[in-house]
Ligand binder design. Structure first.
Ligand code: UDX
Length: 436
């Protein structure tokens, strides 16, 4: 099938490469010339396992190319819209300017019968409005949200746990659903659930999924606050809750909370849209979810302050992690970097290390100190703070090895990812988040 993917950011670049790997003929379009040049050389513009491999294979096979001109999208059977929908400056709603610009630019190149498949995360109602705009060209709009996780993006695109396609009523919608079934044939043949819905439901699935995931994380972090006050251990609590199959252990990871380019902005945009629909009270809890999440960062900073008896000025603090989560170089709304910046603001001499995100972090926060080498960051530290649970810190750093490097054996485990007993046994003052 001939496809175009409009917007080659996180979502689009992965989608284009993954679709080419399934045998489709794909052109990726983006206005960013540097990005298009990198992608055309088969280089991933961000850290994402397997993406480089897929890009190189796709380009070598001739099935994958990247262009800056929208005219190159002409002739595709399906046009995937994969542009960003950031948070509006000064507000909570989604900024749809890139979606609108992409559709404006695409309109002159659409043929009757083309499918435009929206993948971006948008407020419910956007698809219906876009459908009206492309209708005069005789094209059909469908909504096909993505659920990919950074670090697993290639896997989640090729082997998703479900495929959702929102289509218009009638024949036109049925034909569009069949076309999307063909686009994702290997996954469909592997019996991946393929759900055909109306446009609004498909848009809502994405917002609702992210709202649920964020709520689950904030739920366990709220329990961490209670555990702290009661002298209980939230990690053991999460294990015990997780054995109930109705609850499940995944996404009950407590610590400094969620960040990244999706969950924080998506739950805010979801609540803002609910307000516009006159149903703000239905998702009022999302404000709490957000507030609990942001309190976690304060709590981590407070643990460091307490451990150093309030004396942060001039103290050397090793911050292990900068990315918003492991297997990513993404620092958008990273709780890890936020903690580092706050400690620096309190006068500490902060040295941040991360296996993948140092360049991005240094560009955004030049006031912080950085060390590429983990051990160099640890050397002479008065306190160690773990804020991204990379294996390099969680599994591969032994408390004895770290103890030989630091000045004082104080560790704040912002991800509750260390074996507290093992660290204490080596003389460390271990402080977790909601752990005894
Ligand atoms: C998320 C959704 O998982 C994905 O389905 C959606 O399409 C986009 O948003 P992503 O942002 O890549 O994906 O990251 P995810 O792995 O979900 O983690 C989000 C944040 O939550 C990270 O900061 C992570 O550290 C945090 N998190 C996750 C926790 O604090 N605890 C957990 O148990 C899980």
């Amino acid at each position: 099938m001939r496809m175009s993917v409009i917007g080659c950011g996180y979502l689009g670049a992965v989608h284009a490469a993954a679709m080419a790997s399934l045998g489709h003929d794909v052109v990726g379009i983006d206005v960013d010339e540097t990005r298009i040049a990198m992608l055309s050389r088969g280089e991933a513009p961000f850290f994402e396992p397997r993406l480089g491999e897929l890009l190189a294979e796709g380009i070598a096979s001739g099935r994958l190319r990247f262009r800056t001109e929208m005219a190159d999208a002409a002739g595709a059977d399906v046009h995937f819209l994969a542009v960003g929908t950031p948070q509006l400056p000064g507000g909570h709603a989604a900024d749809l300017r890139f979606v609108d610009a992409a559709v404006d630019a695409l309109l002159p190149h659409l043929r009757a019968g083309d499918i435009v498949a929206g993948k971006s995360t948008v407020p419910v109602g956007t698809a219906a409005a876009l459908a009206r705009r492309i209708e005069p060209a005789g094209a059909t709009l469908v909504w096909n949200p993505e659920f990919l996780r950074e670090g697993w993006a290639v896997h989640d695109t090729i082997s998703p746990d479900r495929i959702v396609v929102g289509v218009p009523d009638g024949e036109e919608g049925a034909r569009a659903a069949d076309l999307l079934r063909d686009a994702y044939r290997p996954a469909v043949e592997a019996e991946t659930p393929f759900l055909v819905t109306d446009l609004a439901t498909a848009e809502l699935v994405k917002g609702a999924a992210n709202a649920f995931l964020a709520t689950k994380i904030s739920f366990i972090n709220a329990m961490a606050e209670i555990a702290d006050a009661a002298g209980a251990d939230v990690a053991l609590l999460a294990d015990a809750l997780g054995h109930d199959t109705r609850i499940g252990r995944r996404y009950l990871g407590s610590g400094i909370g969620f960040g990244g380019g999706c969950l924080p902005k998506d739950i805010r945009a979801f609540a803002a849209r609910a307000e516009e629909l006159g149903r703000g009270e239905a998702v009022g809890f999302l404000r709490e979810v957000d507030a609990i999440n942001l309190r976690r960062r304060d709590r981590a900073v407070q643990l460091v302050i307490d451990a150093l008896d309030g004396q942060l000025f001039g103290r050397r603090i090793a911050v292990l992690g900068a990315a918003f989560k492991p297997f990513s170089d993404d620092i958008r709304d990273s709780p890890a970097l936020d903690v580092a910046v706050r400690l620096r603001g309190l006068g500490a001499d902060v040295v941040v290390t991360d296996p993948a995100a140092i360049d991005n972090a240094a560009a955004a926060h030049p006031q912080l100190g950085f060390a590429r080498d983990r051990d160099e960051a640890l050397r002479d530290a008065d306190a160690v703070v773990i804020v991204t649970e990379w294996d390099e810190y969680r599994r591969e750093l032994s408390p004895a090895h770290a103890g030989a490097l630091v000045r004082r054996r104080i560790v704040v485990d912002g991800r509750n990812c260390l074996d507290a007993a093992a660290w204490r046994a080596q003389g460390w003052n271990y402080r977790g988040m909601g752990r005894r």
